[in-house]
Design a protein around this ligand. Structure first.
Ligand code: B12
Ligand code: SF4
Ligand code: SF4
Length: 303
């Protein structure tokens, strides 16, 4: 069934208008070919996430129940994680940045792509749920559920961390910036769907949570640290407060540049739906770095 899911997603990514930039920017694709991975519902790693993310982090069966599904054995559940790699054009143009007084702005097409991605990821979840239902199974997705919440008190975290899910599904490992480095690099986004369809598991290649990052693997690189305009990265890792604050500054400036074509955004935060300023984000730590579009440790891991 994994091949059928891959075909269905390939088709969705190539046909939907939601995966396209605004016509002012050429109407090209935002994300290239999706990559999928599958974790098993009773994998003990999901209990570990309650320690390393937060006690609120759902196990798959807890998310299943919170979304109103009938009781199901954890071992029958599968977690499909989907990687959305940005297209080469966005990655290339984003290596150059726009210098404003006191703030460095990402390329317009990155900001647009990042903003439009939210609606596309949600649609991918809805369509994937329908795909499984059409095949007589059930499915749920945190990203389109009111059970999902982000917590901003006591740090930044959520009760369904998409990159921890992708890590569980063998799709990559964490890095000096916290970002997950996949075989298509770290300049990607993620979503996931929990289903009782009998998908085949894709095992993790390493138990080292940092295996794909050059700094952790070999003590080299740190290009992400040099690129970060907020000094949010150093050898101790990633400062989420500094990163968030810089992202807010970029959003204010970008709204003046391209606000007329950004899409609105709603999020369920601390238990309530809130309309948010259209997110555009910052990602200089992901452009012009060896892990932008590949796993830079891939060759050595094969030896
Ligand atoms: C809150 C949030 C933020 C916060 C905090 C980020 C963070 N590090 O958690 C802020 C505002 C700073 C932020 C910024 C950005 N974000 Co953000 N954000 C989220 C959100 C909504 C929740 C993240 C979450 O729950 N984190 C939980 C905490 C605990 O994660 P953590 O600290 O990274 O986890 C560490 C520990 O667990 C540790 N660890 C210690 N022991 C162990 C043991 C084991 C076994 C494991 C597995 C791990 C582990 O390793 C991890 C890495 O250091 C997700 C969406 C989602 N639902 O997942 C997107 C998400 C993480 N963001 C994303 C992106 C792209 C960005 C930005 C580039 C902005 C942008 N342009 O969109 C920046 C980049 C920041 C960065 N360098 O990571 C992507 C990730 C892409 C990637 N390649 O990883 C996500 C997944 C959105 C998506 N759906 O694609 N974000
Ligand atoms: S730029 Fe280098 S040090 Fe930074 S996350 Fe990527 S591989 Fe690791
Ligand atoms: S997203 Fe921007 S501010 Fe945050 S760590 Fe990356 S480069 Fe720094």
């Amino acid at each position: 069934m994994n091949e059928k899911v891959q075909q269905f997603l390939d088709e969705l990514f190539s046909t939907t208008e939601l995966n396209r930039l605004h016509e002012k920017y050429g109407n090209g694709r935002i994300f290239s070919t999706p990559i999928i991975g599958v974790a098993k519902g009773d994998d003990p790693i999901f209990e570990k996430f309650k320690e390393v993310v937060g006690p609120e982090h759902f196990t798959p069966v807890e998310l299943w129940r919170a979304c109103g599904q009938d009781e199901e054995s954890p071992s029958n559940l599968r977690i499909l994680s989907i990687v959305f790699p940005y297209v080469d054009r966005i990655r290339e143009e984003s290596k150059d940045f726009i210098e404003f007084p006191r703030v460095k702005l990402p390329a317009d097409i990155y900001s647009l792509g990042r903003n439009y991605a939210n609606e596309f990821k949600k649609e991918t979840c809805r369509q994937s749920i329908n795909f499984f239902k059409d095949h007589s199974y059930n499915a749920v997705a945190a990203m389109v559920s009111e059970a999902f919440s982000i917590y901003t008190k006591g740090g930044f975290y959520s009760n369904w961390s998409e990159r921890h899910i992708a890590y569980a599904a063998g799709l990559g490992t964490f890095s000096l910036t916290d970002a997950l480095i996949t075989e298509a690099g770290c300049n990607v986004r993620f979503t996931s769907v929990v289903t009782n369809a009998p998908l085949q598991i894709t095992p993790r290649k390493s138990d080292d949570i940092h295996a794909n990052c050059l700094y952790y693997a070999k003590g080299t690189c740190r290009q992400c640290e040099k690129n970060c305009p907020a000094n949010a990265i150093d050898i101790n890792g990633h400062d989420k407060n500094k990163c968030w604050a810089y992202g807010q500054r970029i959003e204010r400036k970008m709204r003046h540049r391209i606000g007329d074509i950004l899409k609105p955004h709603f999020r369920y935060i601390n238990g309530e739906w809130k309309e948010q300023q259209p997110p555009v984000g910052c990602a200089f730590c992901q452009f012009d770095v060896p892990c932008m579009d590949k796993n830079p440790m891939a060759a050595e891991q094969k030896e």
